[in-house]
Design a protein around this ligand. Structure first.
Ligand code: FBP
Length: 549
């Protein structure tokens, strides 16, 4: 097979665009900005890394750099562009001093604890430039938290004589980066720790981080499929498509995909919580939509559902909290529940233990969801919210409601639903030009932050609505992003997850259009992501960010 013109090869040859400021890497400097105040508890927990200034890249004197030894690790779920963070880091280190060494820890943070790593060479990396996935070194969800793990990590840094460690991850992993940076400083370990913002979920966003990498590619991938489904629905005119979209708690992905495709309905979890919508009120709204469309002669439609919505429905949130406590890892009920062989016995047993409000909610749920709530639990005994088949739950509740309306003679149409879940499909494909450029820039910036020893900083690229050459690289102290939050009953420092703002321009844009999309069909068909051609097609940034400028 002649592979000369394959997309794979074309992408390997793609030269990422990056800020002009990051080009002359050896003559770059930092201008020191203001210090942002940290919370008192954060000051106590991070005495060595608080009160640091924001730093912005600027042109300076040519600097002679020593060869650097740097480690890089991916943490958490895949997000398109990760390999370009490594490529940017590798190239910048090489340009500073060709004898520099880049080590990739294998399988996520556990690679640090178990000292499993590879040295990344130009040759190895050449097969991964602009490619999706994290497969060059893999990823994992182990956290470096306990005193033993922190100490082992420090030893690993010392044995490998690392000048820097780059942690590519989401909110938790960057919180971890802050903890490691502080621990290393307190314990005389000279390794500089730098975070890089990654997650398709788009919830690692704040005044300093315009977007995490991977979000753009994931949404473009899902939007293509949603558009295709909308066109199929419009052609066949017989199915309702209930599409669940990955994204954990926040609804950024659902919102972005809705702006890109104009479905007939989209649930936004943050709106559900704010308006205290119950399962039955959401069901009634969806049934109303289907009934109205039936009056207009339409038996088809497209409905988007964010992965985490179930947790935002007030009565289900209460139920999940009670179930988590009842069936926690060390709870006696956990053993008891296993003694019942049939599902109905397990359901009755748990229902008896729940408080009345939670019990009512539990019995009102479809059996398949009751089963998932009871049996699909993580190692701590918590309900795995993201695994719950919410799209099927809504199909069941809406079907029951429409049957009821049909019996009463108010609903005369037919309802043929089909469910979909788009998640993993969007995490590891070829990064969009935006993600390829953005990640490469983040990697180059991380190298400079290590060279100038800004430990506990996140590599950030701002002004991403401009052309890549004009993007502004900044270093932001991780401690400025930390807040205290209660997690699993304990007060912990964490980077706050950004939920969709109901006052934000992206949500307002949705609000302005969504009523019309309900009955009239205003579907958009984004089609496949483009890599070559008109830059208005190839180099777009997410719609929800465009709305902001
Ligand atoms: P990260 O926040 O670690 O990037 O992961 C995001 C995500 O893709 C979520 O959208 C999803 O709920 C979860 O990971 C799935 O996790 P897993 O890969 O462990 O199945």
């Amino acid at each position: 097979m002649n592979n000369d013109y394959s997309l794979n090869k074309a992408r390997l040859e793609y030269k990422p665009q990056f800020p002009s400021l990051l080009k002359e890497i050896v003559s770059m400097n930092f201008s020191v900005g203001h210090v942002l105040p940290a919370q008192n508890e954060i000051k106590d927990l991070f005495p060595k890394t608080v009160n640091r200034p924001i730093v912005t890249l600027c042109k300076g004197e040519r600097k002679q750099s020593a060869a650097l030894r740097v480690g890089v690790v991916f943490s958490g779920g895949q997000a398109a562009g990760g390999h370009n963070v490594i490529a940017g880091l590798f190239d910048a280190l090489y340009e500073m001093m060709p004898k520099s060494v880049l080590i990739g820890f294998l399988g996520g943070p556990s690679g640090i604890i178990e000292k499993k790593y590879i040295e990344i060479s130009q040759e190895k990396l050449s097969l991964y430039r602009n490619q999706g996935g994290f497969d060059l070194i893999g990823s994992g969800r182990t956290k470096i938290e306990t005193p033993e793990q922190l100490e082992i990590s420090k030893k690993c840094m010392e044995e490998l004589q690392l000048d820097g460690l780059v942690i590519v991850g989401g909110d938790d992993s960057n919180t971890n980066a802050a903890i490691l940076a502080e621990y290393f400083l307190q314990n005389n370990c000279s390794t500089v720790v730098i975070g890089v913002p990654k997650t398709i979920d788009g919830d690692l966003q704040n005044e300093f981080i315009e977007i995490s990498f991977g979000f753009d590619t994931a949404c473009k991938t899902y939007a293509e499929m949603i558009g295709n489904i909308a066109r199929d629905a419009l052609s066949a005119k017989k199915y309702y498509h209930f599409i669940k979209l990955m994204g954990r708690s926040a609804s950024h992905i659902a919102l972005e995909c809705a702006l890109k495709t104009h479905p007939n309905a989209v649930l936004i979890s943050e709106e559900v919580a704010s308006e205290k919508k119950t399962l039955s009120s959401i069901t009634a709204e969806l049934a109303d939509l289907i009934e109205k469309r039936a009056h207009a002669g339409k038996k088809y439609g497209v409905i988007l559902i964010p992965e985490g919505v179930i947790e935002f429905i007030p009565e289900i949130k209460i139920l999940i909290t009670e179930l988590n406590a009842l069936l926690a890892q060390d709870s006696p009920h956990l053993e008891q529940i296993d003694t019942f062989s049939s599902l109905s016995e397990k359901i009755s047993f748990v229902t008896e233990l729940l408080k009345p409000e939670a019990a009512n909610c539990f019995v009102s749920l479809p059996e398949s969801i009751q089963k998932q709530l009871l049996l699909d639990r993580d190692p701590h005994g918590n309900v795995q919210v993201s695994k719950i088949e919410t799209e099927k739950m809504f199909v069941e509740t809406v079907t029951t409601e429409l049957e009821r309306r049909s019996d009463q003679g108010t609903f005369k149409g037919s309802f043929h639903p089909i469910t979909h879940f788009f998640g993993y499909e969007g995490r590891a494909g070829y990064p969009s030009n935006f993600d390829a450029n953005y990640c490469y820039s983040l990697g180059r910036m991380a190298a400079l932050l290590i060279r100038d020893r800004f430990t506990g900083y996140m590599s950030c690229i701002t002004k991403i609505h401009l052309a890549p050459q004009e993007w502004v690289p900044q270093g932001i102290p991780l401690t400025t992003m930390l807040n205290m939050e209660t997690r699993q009953g304990k007060e912990k420092p964490v980077i706050k997850k950004a939920l969709v703002s109901l006052k934000g321009k992206a949500f307002m844009t949705l609000q302005a259009g969504r009523k019309e999309w309900m009955i009239e069909d205003h579907y958009l068909f984004p089609g496949p992501m483009q890599f070559n051609g008109d830059i208005r097609l190839t180099d777009t940034i997410p719609e929800s960010l465009q709305c902001e400028f």
